[in-house]
Design a protein around this ligand. Sequence first.
Ligand SMILES: Cc1cc2nc3c(=O)[nH]c(=O)nc-3n(C[C@H](O)[C@H](O)[C@H](O)COP(=O)(O)OP(=O)(O)OC[C@H]3O[C@@H](n4cnc5c(N)ncnc54)[C@H](O)[C@@H]3O)c2cc1C
Length: 512
Amino acid sequence: MSAATPASAEAAVVVGGGISGLLAALELAKAGRDVTVLEAGDSWGGCVGSHMVGGLTLDSGAESFATRSSAVADLAAELGLAGNIVAPHPGGAWVQLPEGARELPKTGVLGIPANPWDPEVRRTLGLAGSLRASLDRLLPASAGTRAAVTSVSDLVRARMGRRVLERLVAPVVGGVHSADPALLDVDMVAPGLRAGIRTHGSLAAAVAAQRRGSASRQDDVTGQDNAAATSQPAAAPAAPPAKAGSAVAGLRGGMHTLITALVAELRRCGVRLLSSTRADVVARTANGWRVSAGERTYDASLLVVALDGPSAVGLVQEAVPDLAAHRPGAGPDVKLVTLVVDLPELDRRPRGTGILVAPQTPGIQAKALTHATAKWDWLAAAAGPGTHVVRLSYGRGGDTRAGKPRAGGADSGLPGGTGADAGDQGLLDAALRDASALLTVPVTSNDVLDWDVVSWGGALPFAAVGHRQRVADVRRVCAAEGNLVMVGGWLAGNGLAAVVADTKRQLADLIR
Ligand SMILES: Cc1cc2nc3c(=O)[nH]c(=O)nc-3n(C[C@H](O)[C@H](O)[C@H](O)COP(=O)(O)OP(=O)(O)OC[C@H]3O[C@@H](n4cnc5c(N)ncnc54)[C@H](O)[C@@H]3O)c2cc1C
């Protein structure tokens, strides 16, 4: 093995070149550290990737960010992209229920309504559903807040009943976290909500308080996978009107332009960026850490691990055995099917910016659809009149049909499939069926100019019940090492707003 970096007191190694690793590298470089970033893949950005479909450069993963805090907007501004921040088209999002589509209410937090009698909520829940949900205001504050840990569904069912859970919360949580609300730790995916019940007296009031911004921190939806539903107050410069699905913003040209700018800035700062370099062993040295990647080793006094949870713990647990007990389960596998279609009938945006699918809806396999050209005006202009970009996502927690991670790319040679492989042909057929049903406009293979399938295997963190405690334990073990920090969505909470804010916080503490 050969040492590739000097073991100087200033040397820092970052493992993982997603947004959290790249941002960590920037903070370290600004603090005067000599930084090396190791990334297993051949491109930067992790879940904030890009692919070319039908001649358009599109986001292959994250395509927007929550504007509940200014974290992402501030980073964009720091990288010279402030002028590129855009609000989505104010068309709002929809939810597909077994009996048909409804406009998604301005629901507040993860689909949980601030007011069960809001006309859109009432239409979605029915009279009986709204009546049951309003019982929440009569229940003692202890209902749903007593247990040390609880799932999203236990909390919602206890306070507002089954209809809120099935018709509002499950579609939103499925679209954002690709998981069943029964499996997710409510304190991780909606921090502050349970405490808000005690402060404000009911779940609806706690949601309303978060919407007013009076709660300290929210982990509302990210807009990921699309339509995803939020109506949090917008704080970023591009604050859009309060329509469901609109408390997010994007970047003209796509979210991946943030990564392009970040990588350019890192190069300017002299950071060594090593792609196609998978870290496989971490060991303790007298002065810090030694990271091995194949035949090469990288010594550093500071180590930042910016990977998904299972990989992060798996990499470091031999050097730091106390971590082994805190390894999380793997996240769900998600497949995104992107269609570029020549279909002028979609110019009228039949389902606004997109539609989330309630899990019990018969006949639809997709969990969400984003009408990207209806959502982003810059993309509609780039595509041209009559040409549309539609993205459908497949795979909920526990669904093992989706494959291993692969960034988008053109390699299969299948006619019409940018980077698809033979197994994806069936998914294309499902996507055409689902798009036709969800958009109420027939979408056939004749309309398809190009398509692609991108698999994100285990890329979304799985915040199982009790995860918040796991995060605290991991942070305690790392802090005890003194020169080790872990960052990323599995610790910060899913979504760019959470990841950017948390990474900055963690790095500030480490550098201090
Ligand atoms: C399909 C999808 C859509 C999303 N949409 C949105 C959205 O619209 N809005 C939003 O806010 N959030 C969205 N998210 C979530 C958001 O993208 C993530 O929370 C965030 O990008 C996570 O960043 P990260 O740095 O923690 O991890 P990742 O982006 O997963 O980065 C980890 C990196 O580590 C690399 N790596 C893995 N193992 C090794 C190793 N051994 N050595 C070196 N490198 C390694 C990986 O290749 C990867 O590049 C989406 C996520 C997905 C999967």
